[in-house]
Structures are given as structure tokens and as C-alpha cells.
Write a protein that binds this ligand. Structure first.
Ligand SMILES: [Zn+2]
Length: 417
């Protein structure tokens, strides 16, 4: 017995067409699973067969499979040479695809939302797919990188995707989860295309910043503050021993307020890619290839998962803000602008208490909310006259003013010293 899969939306469309039509059937080799499509896929899989969609009950002798469709869009499948027509699994139309999530999230609202994701590495690719699974209907993807061998340990891409543009890979994965999603791709370096960045931030309901360098984060922050859009930033620190997530909401502290803060400065960011780390100054130009290689130290995929997960949760809270849903309570609870996570008691966190003996002490694998204040002298979001965003940008962060206390509670502050 074979398993046949048909698309409800295609059957509905075909039932209104006057003539019979040819399609393509894809068989998962050796598994007797056959997907019968009216419209060919962009990338085929398995063994390809011919299929004829027909009105009425007469099979097409030339086609490997005949799909009999009635006026209501119900269908049966018959293999060439077989006497019997068999039932098929019908993949539901748009409105029913995410019906299981109804109540928990407002699927109808998410379907109309547009999310801009900048950076499609291990963070961005995962977040994109999670948001597609939640029913977000529109995406704008930006990354000029291609899938490389060293990405694969943490990336959602597989060996078969080696060499492909990350934008193409992520688009295809999104469409694999939600074939009705609209996905626009921009394989560009945003630092060189600020006009496109501006245009896309303007159109987006939410911006995810998952890039690995401060220049792009500045540029994105600048656009968010100017256009008054919500943005979510995330990163891992060295070997993903921990990480942090930051959310910008108009009127609140911006990303520059945060990086001016001593707590943020003290955390050495994870270096995942030698070429880009050299370019953005994380690895000094004179560093030998051997030393540079030793500096590229990535953590495990499971260690960046918590940050991705928090970014997805904050995204869903922001996208469904104001609507009644099962995650509405998170609006009250996830109200801090920044969050910190620790995977292991190493380096920055060596003073933390062991997990099983922590009582009320800071420990690993728990989220800590940081009530980061707005820096009233911030060079980006302050109402006061601001500095230009050129070369002087970083210098504009006054070292004295940057020592603002974060609201960690004294224990954590002490331990992070
Ligand atoms: Zn600011």
C-alpha cells in the first residue's frame, strides 16, 4: 500500500478548471510515499512520475497516476495498471494549516505580519523556521553569505545545501513549513545597502537582528530608532558559555544604550567565522592564521538554542501584542529590555553557584532579566543633540556614563566582576 499526499488548495483550484490537467508526482524512494502535485516544485525530490488530474472517473492510460477530483475537491488516486482507486492524505488549505496552534497564538494575526530577519546563520535560520511554524505569513531575509562546511554543526542547513545562498536555503525551509508564506530575499551586506535596509525596516512589523558584528547592529539600531520599529537582538559569548538577548521598543533603551553599559562590554563575543571576525576587528589584522584559528571557538548548537528560543518567544509576544491569546500573559512577564543566559560556569560566570546548590544564588541555565535603563546621553536615542553616526560613533559613548548600573540584583553584579 502506498501513501498518497495531495494539496487541498490545488484540488480546490482544479475542481473549478474546465479541462483535465497534468502534474508531477514525487516518490520518496523505497518508502512508497508519493506526493502528487498539480504545480511542479522548485526543487524535486525522490523519483519523478507523471500524474494526470481528471474530472470524472476515466483513468488516463499514459500517466503513471490518475487523480480523480470531484466538484467539492475530494480526490482518489489510481496507479497505472491498478484496478482500485485509493484514498489520499489531503494537506489542508491555508486557514487550517496552523489550526492546532489556535488559542495559544493568534494564527490569523500572525499570518498578516511581516518579519525582517537580518543574518541567517545558526541564530537567524532557526528563528526564521520557528516563526514560520508559528504561522508568521511574511518574511524578508537578508544575508550575503553561503552555507559553508564550518556552519553545518549549528546551522539548520544540511550537507546537501553546501555552497547555496543562505537566503535561498532559509526561504525553501520556510516554504516547506508554510507553503503559503511570502518570502522576499536580499542576498546583500546591509552595511553597504542602507537604503534597502531602511526600506525593509519600514515595511516590517518586527526586525530580528542576528548578525555577528557591531557595525550591522549599529546600522539596524539607527533604523529602528529613526523609524520607531521594534527589534530583537541576540548573540552568544565565547564558546556559547552564555549569551544575551535584547529587545528594542520605541521610547525604551536602544542597543547603543546597552553596548555602552559595562556589563555588556565585559562579555567577549563568540567568534564563529574567521573572515568576518578579521573584517570587523574582532581578530586583529596581524594575527597569524594559526592564532586566528584558535580564536574561532564556537559553542554547541544546544548552547545557542536557549537564546534562539527566547528571541522567538519575544517575537511572538511582540507580533501578537494587544490580541487575546494564550501567550498574552508573557507580555507582562517578559517586560525587561534585556535577558542573560548562562550555559556553563566558566570564565565570566565562574563565580556562579552550582546548579544543584544555588538556593537563591545566580546559577546556570536560568534566564535573568536585566532592567537596563535608557542612557539619557545615548548618542543614538537621546533627545539631546546627538553625535554623527560616522567614525565618532563609538567614541561618542562616554566611558563614565557607560557605567550605569544594571538591575541584576547585587548578587549577580558581584559575581560578574
Ligand atoms: Zn540609546
Amino acid at each position: 500500500m502506498a501513501t498518497y499526499c495531495l494539496y487541498g488548495e490545488e484540488l480546490q483550484r482544479f475542481s473549478t478548471m474546465p479541462e483535465n490537467a497534468s502534474g508531477i508526482a514525487y516518490e520518496w524512494e523505497g518508502e512508497s510515499v508519493i506526493h502528487l502535485r498539480l504545480r511542479p516544485l522548485e526543487h524535486s525530490f525522490g523519483i519523478v512520475h507523471s500524474v494526470r488530474f481528471v474530472h470524472g472517473s476515466e483513468p488516463d492510460a499514459d500517466a503513471d497516476f490518475t487523480v480523480f477530483v470531484d466538484a467539492e475537491g475530494n480526490a482518489l488516486v489510481r496507479k497505472r495498471g491498478s484496478q482500485d482507486a485509493e484514498e489520499a492524505t489531503i494537506i489542508p488549505a491555508k486557514e487550517n494549516l496552523y489550526s492546532r496552534s489556535k488559542g495559544l497564538i493568534e494564527v490569523g494575526i500572525l499570518e498578516g505580519k511581516r518579519v525582517l530577519i537580518i543574518g541567517l546563520g545558526s541564530f537567524g535560520s532557526q528563528i526564521a523556521v520557528e516563526l514560520a511554524k508559528s504561522g508568521v505569513g511574511e518574511f524578508s531575509l537578508m544575508d550575503f553569505d553561503r552555507v559553508e562546511l564550518h556552519n553545518l554543526v549549528r546551522h539548520t542547513a544540511s550537507l546537501n545545501d553546501l555552497g547555496r545562498l543562505k537566503t535561498d536555503f532559509v526561504r525553501e525551509t520556510i516554504l516547506g513549513k508554510n507553503p503559503y508564506a511570502k518570502v522576499d530575499m536580499f542576498p546583500i551586506n546591509i552595511n553597504e545597502h542602507l537604503d534597502i535596509l531602511e526600506c525593509e525596516v519600514r515595511k516590517a512589523d518586527l526586525v530580528i537582528c542576528a548578525t555577528d558584528n557591531n557595525q550591522s547592529r549599529f546600522n539596524i539600531s539607527e533604523a529602528l530608532v529613526r523609524l520607531q520599529k521594534v527589534g530583537i537582538f541576540g548573540r552568544a559569548i565565547t564558546r556559547a558559555e552564555g549569551g544575551d538577548v535584547f529587545r528594542y521598543r520605541p521610547g525604551g533603551p536602544c542597543y547603543v544604550c546597552m553596548i555602552g553599559n559595562q556589563w555588556y562590554k565585559d562579555m567577549a563575543e563568540e567568534i564563529t567565522n574567521e573572515a568576518s571576525a578579521r573584517k570587523n576587528g574582532q581578530i586583529a589584522a596581524y594575527t597569524s592564521p594559526e592564532d586566528a584559528d584558535a580564536m574561532v571557538q564556537v559553542g554547541l548548537s544546544s548552547d545557542i538554542e536557549p537564546m534562539c528560543n527566547m528571541m522567538v518567544k519575544l517575537s511572538l509576544v511582540e507580533l501578537s501584542r494587544g490580541s487575546e491569546s494564550g501567550i498574552s500573559s508573557l507580555e507582562e512577564e517578559l517586560s525587561f529590555p534585556a535577558y542573560m543566559w548562562v550555559n556553563r560556569r566558566e570564565r565570566h560566570y565562574k563565580g556562579f553557584a552550582p546548579f544543584n546548590k544555588c538556593a537563591n544564588m545566580p546559577t546556570i541555565m536560568r534566564w535573568y532579566g536585566i532592567n537596563l535603563p535608557k542612557n539619557e546621553h545615548c548618542s543614538l536615542c537621546s533627545e539631546k543633540p546627538r553625535l554623527s553616526l560616522g567614525e565618532d560613533f563609538l567614541k561618542g559613548i562616554d566611558p563614565e556614563l557607560s557605567r550605569i548600573n544594571t538591575d541584576f540584583g547585587d548578587d549577580v553584579e558581584e559575581l560578574l566582576k
